[in-house]
Design a protein around this ligand. Structure first.
Ligand code: NI
Length: 254
């Protein structure tokens, strides 16, 4: 079994050959979780899930779109009842660009966490250069039924241990294969495999040996191989355990 827990197959970078990319996924992968970032891509994510048995959808408003779509969270709420929607995401905070203003990002994040609690759905969290504020919000909003994944995790192993205590999974992607990935390597070696998911974040964050090219979900195998090497466990075991972790988080029967 091999699952890519985070991909964006609706991205325009696949407009010329999406069918081929999806066919390769079908040949090599058990499941793909396709993640929306705004209303438009969330709807496309649902369409992809409806037309492909092995694709499931997460829908939500990414912090990048928080100012523009702050009043569209009710649209996300309406879409939750669609078939094969398994999570709310990606949601979170992104301070890398200094925009949109923090107050929009926080409001959008908090409201969508509350939506997840209302519908008992897991959340897919995007946290870029905002570890302190993300942790504060998650702690404030935490209840024993809240659960989710920190996608393309870039924080410390200390923070990761706090997160797994709160029922979160840690998802690692392409950066774990990069030469300068000290933090990701530390997280990969210390966090138990039972708490890890693997992902590509396609079309971004392409792992070695294809770093620099467009990414696609089948490349999740390079992430699995690297984690197997770091943890000194079987490649197949990494694939199977992380697949089961994904299935359990998103309540999908494999
Ligand atoms: Ni993403």
């Amino acid at each position: 079994m091999l699952i890519d827990s985070h991909a964006h197959l609706e991205d325009e970078k696949y407009d010329d050959d999406r069918d081929d990319v999806i066919r390769r996924c079908k040949d090599e992968l058990t499941l793909v979780i396709n993640v929306g970032s705004n209303i438009e891509t969330s709807k496309k994510s649902i369409e992809l899930a409806k037309s492909n048995e092995f694709i499931y959808a997460a829908i939500g408003i990414h912090p990048e779109h928080s100012q523009k779509e702050i009043n569209d969270i009710e649209t996300i709420e309406k879409l939750l009842s669609q078939e094969k929607v398994v999570a709310i995401g990606e949601i979170g905070l992104d301070y890398y660009y200094g925009d949109p203003p923090v107050e929009y990002q926080k409001q959008c994040f908090i409201e969508q966490i509350r939506l997840a609690k209302k519908y008992n759905l897991p959340i897919v969290i995007h946290d870029r250069d905002a570890h302190g504020d993300v942790l504060d919000i998650v702690k404030n909003e935490w209840t024993s039924s809240l659960r989710g994944v920190f996608h393309s995790y870039s924080g410390s192993s200390e923070m990761a241990f706090q997160l797994i205590e709160m029922n979160f999974y840690i998802s690692l992607g392409g950066p774990v294969t990069f030469k300068n990935a000290k933090k990701a390597l530390d997280v990969a070696s210390k966090i138990p495999i039972e708490k890890l998911l693997i992902e590509t974040d396609s079309p971004y964050l392409t792992p070695v040996p294809y770093r620099g090219k467009r990414n696609e979900p089948v490349n999740v195998k390079y992430v699995a191989k690297k984690i197997a090497e770091i943890k000194n466990i079987d490649y197949e075991e990494v694939c199977n355990i992380t697949a089961n972790n994904s299935a359990s988080l998103f309540s999908i029967n494999l």
